[in-house]
Design a protein around this ligand. Structure first.
Ligand code: ZN
Length: 515
């Protein structure tokens, strides 16, 4: 064998092998995502059984590749090389992140992955039928199994500081319950006086959103705004579904979905803008990171900050509607002809203590999240039994939201998360997203104070370029905390979010008294 004259060459061959393996894993995951997207959009109902089997097969294949001993050997072989590289280079980060993913994956036995995947599809199926019938008894055994599996999973990562930490780590890598709890208590203290102030006044009249709106025109208009934000139809598409989501098959194919109701203009519009925000993040990741574990958003919380930035901070602002409202009116002349833009703006920012998280406003949303996270911690710690969940839910909605829950359908059965996935680790992302949406936007404004004028002109290039440069490009190269610091100059803080809420709701409801 001819000796390699360049000392780096063998390591470059290893790196190429690593990239090839990682791309195969990414491709398998994308195949799984296509199956799920199809299931949620066009698949006929009777395809469900085979589809869940096919999905489970893809998950297993991907997990096998993720945990392949050869992958571990490659990573060992590259350890020294990684140390010789600049710490912030794409290669060094790729090797570090791939190693972390590998070490995490090998802790999870394949039979747990399969049992879990089967339970999630079965649980989802039962929940879908049981929720309309308000039948908690039907989902209870699935929820009990889900709790057992969530605990079994967490135990694989012992010792941990809190049982929910390994579950949180799945979506918000590096985040812990300690940090979440401290965030929640600060938020609660700051939010309650604003909620009191706003809810003490007559609620906004949102009748203008509930006239009849032809569905096709809603989809067209929503997509037009998403495209103005920068969502590119050469690299994406919009379809209808029951629970809107964004999914990525490759750097050139990031799809969004929406839900349309003829009697609710806000539903299609804001779910489209929300998912477009997720898509802009994914489409903005540097092309050279594609097909690697770095080629996607850094964490669920940061992802959610982008959907909420575009949906709420930009999408529910008066500046934006000063530009787009005439076109909206043109699309729906009979419903909106006599509605001034200020009335429309008030309507899309209506605040109300309510039962349903997904319908709730920016202000009370986090209170819904805090209830869920506290309850899942009680379940995981064994302080709350699944059979007592409905009652505990009612109690917390009474004390935290000030509403009484009439049934489980609008209570603990309203969200799909616990029925189709782990108990613990998902809900905190939404609140982190809210908090970070304002933090990123404030940082963009510091760099470019002209952004509001740009938005009022229906232009978004400066904001999108700033986000692209400071956040999107890096993908998962840096963790969430590091990504936030690099973009905004500090770690996650609630101050910009509270300032944003006080300013926004102060303009609509008069100055908010200090906390
Ligand atoms: Zn989202």
């Amino acid at each position: 064998m001819r000796r390699n004259t360049n000392a780096r060459r063998p390591e470059e061959a290893l790196l190429a092998d690593l990239r090839r393996r990682l791309r195969e894993i990414a491709d398998l995951d994308a195949v799984g995502a296509i199956l799920s997207w199809d299931q949620a959009t066009y698949m006929p109902k009777d395809g469900a059984e085979a589809r869940s089997r096919q999905g489970a097969l893809i998950s297993r294949l991907s997990h096998e590749r993720m945990t392949d001993i050869e992958l571990g050997r490659l990573l060992d072989g590259l350890a020294g090389y990684a140390e010789s590289l600049p710490g912030e280079s794409d290669e060094a980060r790729l090797i570090a992140v791939a190693r972390r993913d590998f070490e995490k994956a090998i802790k999870v036995p394949v039979d747990l992955v399969e049992r879990w995947s089967a339970l999630c599809s079965a649980g989802y199926d039962v929940w879908k039928r049981a929720r309309p019938n308000d039948d908690f008894a039907a989902v209870r055994p699935y929820l009990e199994k889900q709790l057992d599996l969530s605990r079994e999973y967490a135990a694989l990562f012992a010792p941990y500081r809190h049982i929910i930490d390994p579950l949180i780590d799945n979506l918000d890598e590096g985040l812990t319950w300690d940090v979440v709890q401290s965030l929640f208590s600060q938020l609660r203290r700051q939010l309650l006086p604003i909620v009191e102030h706003v809810c003490g006044q007559p609620p906004a009249d949102d009748a203008c959103l509930h006239a009849g709106f032809p569905e096709a025109a809603q989809v067209d208009f929503s997509l037009a705004v998403a495209r103005a934000f920068g969502y590119d139809l050469d690299r994406g598409r919009l379809d209808e579904t029951a629970h809107p989501f964004c999914t990525k098959f490759s750097a050139g194919d990031v799809r969004i979905t929406t839900r349309v109701r003829s009697d609710d203009l806000g539903d299609a519009l804001f779910s489209t803008l929300h998912e477009a925000g997720h898509a802009l993040y994914e489409l903005g990741v540097a092309p050279e990171l594609a097909g690697t574990p770095l080629g996607r958003g850094t964490s669920m919380g940061v992802h959610e900050s982008q959907s909420r930035l575009w949906e709420n901070v930009v999408g529910r602002s008066l500046d934006l509607w000063r530009h787009f409202y005439p076109a909206l009116r043109k699309s729906f002349p009979s419903a909106l002809a006599d509605v001034p833009v200020e009335t429309f703006h008030r309507a899309i920012n209506k605040v109300e203590r309510s039962l349903i998280r997904t319908d709730s406003d920016e202000l009370t949303y986090n209170l819904h999240i805090i209830v869920r996270c506290d309850l899942e911690v009680e379940l995981l710690e064994g302080r709350l039994a699944v059979k007592d969940l409905p009652e505990a839910w009612r109690g917390r909605y009474r004390s935290d939201l000030g509403v009484s829950v009439p049934d489980d359908r609008n209570g603990c059965m309203q969200d799909v998360h616990w029925y189709s996935g782990a108990i613990g680790g998902a809900f905190q992302s939404y609140t982190i997203g809210n908090v970070l949406s304002a933090q990123f936007y404030a940082a963009a404004l510091r760099a470019h104070p002209e952004i509001p004028q740009e938005i009022a002109a229906g232009e978004f290039g400066i904001l999108r370029a700033w986000l692209g440069q400071n956040l999107y490009r890096q993908g998962r190269k840096f963790g969430a905390d590091e990504s936030v610091r690099r973009a905004t100059g500090e770690g996650m803080t609630i101050e910009p979010y509270i300032a944003y809420l006080r300013e926004k709701y102060g303009a609509l409801y008069g100055a908010v008294p200090a906390a």
